[in-house]
Design a protein around this ligand. Structure first.
Ligand code: CMP
Length: 154
């Protein structure tokens, strides 16, 4: 299991409020490479599938309605220790408990509208990345490096 890949979404509230650029800048400034990115609009059904692990929770219906109300940005990010470092960068799920300077502290509106999602394990990062992207849509640093070396040599 790769330890250098995580998955994130910028949620509808933050996209609508015009925070996409500022959030992407924080991600890159923290040393993550954006190895896949897509703006897309989840259907209610897709949001339910993505958050299926929460299907018994009282907030499931509201969360999946919110996640499908307008477009999101799906991201695959690469960095050593990606999952843990990204969770540090975004801060606690509830923005009231998030550290100052974290993405959620700066941009979240509420626990549900908490600006970004971040995968909680290497395994879930892979599952969530493949929910949005095929293998040919993810360009890891190693792939880009190898391919530019081939181009430089020819
Ligand atoms: P996220 O990282 O996207 O993963 C699941 C989401 O469920 C979480 O962020 C929150 O937005 C939301 N969530 C978690 N707990 C609650 C709760 N108690 N009430 C409402 N939403 C919640």
């Amino acid at each position: 299991m790769a330890h250098d890949i995580t998955f994130s979404m910028i949620k509808p509230g933050a996209v609508k409020a015009g925070h996409t650029g500022a959030i992407l800048k924080m991600i890159e400034d923290a040393g993550f490479s954006i190895v896949a990115m897509k703006k897309t609009w989840l259907s209610k059904e897709q949001a339910k599938q993505f958050y299926a692990v929460h299907k018994e929770r009282p907030f499931y219906d509201h969360l999946t309605s919110f996640m499908s109300e307008s477009p999101i940005i799906a991201l695959v990010l690469q960095k050593d220790n990606a999952v843990q470092d990204y969770r540090k960068l975004i801060g606690a799920t509830n923005p009231e408990n998030a550290e100052p300077g974290t993405i959620r502290k700066l941009f979240a509106q509420s626990l549900e509208q908490n600006a970004v999602h971040g995968a909680d394990s290497d395994e879930n990062a892979q599952i969530e990345a493949s929910f949005f992207f095929s293998k040919t849509e993810i360009y890891t640093n190693e792939q880009v490096q190898a391919s530019s070396e081939v181009k430089m040599a020819s």
